[in-house]
Ligand binder design. Structure first.
Ligand code: LLP
Length: 459
């Protein structure tokens, strides 16, 4: 599943002790395993091999350039949803021809940027967007391949905020309108509509919604082909689960086993396949490491107040998402055998794991059974590689955390922790002139929120 494991009672990423990373890079810090990233991408490619898909990593899940570069070197393309993500993909060395561009609200500038770069597939989400794209492509004299994002009206049975395949969401075009869409725009000379795109939600832990939506997409494809259109690209989107609680997530091979046979005959007749996975590649490939600043009790409640909070990892507070959390160096009796066996361990008691932000909604876990904790302990928040750093904010003027990539027995800081100067770099001082660079304020002090808080000693 991943390369984070307790060896001799201490948490390691591959062969690196995570304490060593905290010492060098401070906390909070996101830590990614190169080996896990590679193995997850390979596993996907193997599972879907019969369709030879272009696996376009979803940049929104983890946008660090070093992560993108590593995946690109393994052959991945990129799924982007903004000009910024496209710029990142290109900077990481991914050719635009291996990028797919989705999103309901692409600006004129972003469409022009994608066309000029030579985007591989432009996924269009509405009639109005297509008309705009068509005008821009014609003006620039640039042809591009487009896919229509269809909304198959399938329930992915996931959180309502990330459920995108139901008719009442803003995404794509419903099946009835899709036919009319091709009649109206399917012969555009510059914006060449020749594909279908699906992305029904994230994460999806059951396979049926995929089967249902692929069936609907293929029925539409057949119908469009009978009407004389060429459909030679099918983008299935992303949404495969990550393992937040061991045992609940079907392996990608299970999804593939159900989906691939339906598509093989179409692939044999020239259908190019695209996938846009994010979470299933990077979710388990990353952890967030945070340090306990203070322990506190209030009434019956025990709180571990950490240097990471909703500004660092928004998922628990925004989606009430579960992330397994455990000390990086637990006492001998608390070394976990697996992520499911802990609940029965004697000696655990409920604890709210919270951040420093001034909101009651600032938490990483509520009433979580945890061992005794003390100031200075390091806590690992697992399965944080996807939608962790990319959704981090500077709320409460917290500098963004560092990111570290581990390769075997080495690690490198692939994004340095922000300084206070970074925080204020884009703001003009009152009265004009250059922004002051106050040396004293330039580096968050040890122990400062978001700063390199290696200071509190253990216990
Ligand atoms: N393709 C499209 C068009 C998408 O909108 C998404 C995710 C993906 C691919 C990648 O989905 P994945 O394979 O990573 O599940 N912030 C939320 C997740 C939002 C997903 C948005 N779209 C979270 O933290 O759970």
């Amino acid at each position: 599943m991943d390369d984070f494991a307790y060896k001799d009672g201490r948490l390691h990423c591959e062969q690196v002790l995570v304490d060593a990373i905290a010492e060098k890079a401070g906390t909070p810090v996101y830590i990614y395993s190169a080996r896990t990233l590679r193995s997850h991408l390979r596993r996907l490619n193997e599972a879907f091999a019969a369709l030879k898909p272009l696996v376009c990593f979803s940049v929104k899940s983890c946008a660090n350039l070093s992560v993108l570069k590593l995946l690109a070197e393994e052959g991945a393309g990129m799924d982007v949803v903004s000009g910024g993500e496209l710029a990142r993909a290109l900077r990481a060395g991914v050719p635009a021809s291996k990028c797919v561009f989705a999103g309901v609200g692409k600006t004129d500038a972003e469409l022009e940027q994608a066309l000029r770069a030579g985007i591989g597939l432009l996924n269009v989400e509405s009639e109005a967007e297509f008309e705009n794209l068509s005008v821009i492509a014609k003006r620039l004299g640039i042809r591009c391949d487009c896919a229509l994002r269809i909304n198959p009206d399938v329930d992915p049975k996931t959180h309502r905020y990330t459920s995108t395949g139901k008719k009442e969401t803003k995404f794509g075009v419903d099946l009835e309108r899709a036919r009319a869409f091709f009649d109206r725009y399917g012969r555009d000379e510059f914006a060449r509509l020749r594909g279908l795109h699906l992305h029904i939600g994230s994460p999806i832990y059951t396979i049926e919604p995929y089967i249902e939506s692929v069936k609907k997409a293929l029925a539409l494809k057949d119908e469009l082909e009978r009407a004389g259109f060429t459909i030679d690209a099918l983008d299935l989107g992303g949404g495969f689960g990550a393992d937040y609680t061991t045992g609940q997530t079907p392996p990608v091979a299970e999804y593939a086993k159900a989906i691939v046979p339906m598509l093989v005959p179409h692939h044999a007749r020239g259908l190019r396949m695209f996938l846009e996975p994010g979470r299933t590649i990077v979710g388990n490939a990353g952890i967030l490491l945070t340090r306990v600043l203070y322990m506190k009790t209030s009434g019956d409640k025990r709180f571990a107040i950490c240097d990471a909070g909703m500004q660092t990892l928004l998922r628990p507070s925004h989606y009430e998402a579960f992330h397994f959390i455990w000390p990086a160096a637990p006492a001998a009796e608390f070394i976990p055998e697996s992520r499911t066996k802990i609940a029965t361990m004697p000696g655990l008691s409920p604890c709210d794991v919270v951040g420093p932000i001034c909101e009651s909604g600032d938490f990483l876990a509520i009433d979580r059974a945890l061992p005794p904790l003390a100031r200075g302990d390091l806590l690992a928040v697992f399965t944080a590689g996807a939608y962790g750093m990319t959704m981090a904010s500077r709320y409460n003027s917290s500098p963004l955390p560092a990111e570290v990539l581990v390769h075997g027995d080495r690690f490198e800081v692939v994004r340095r922790r922000e300084s206070y100067d970074d925080l204020m770099a884009h703001e003009l001082p009152l009265g004009g002139g250059a922004a002051p660079r106050d040396g004293a304020a330039s580096t968050p002090g040890a122990g400062a929120r978001g700063g390199a808080s290696t200071s509190p000693s253990r216990r």
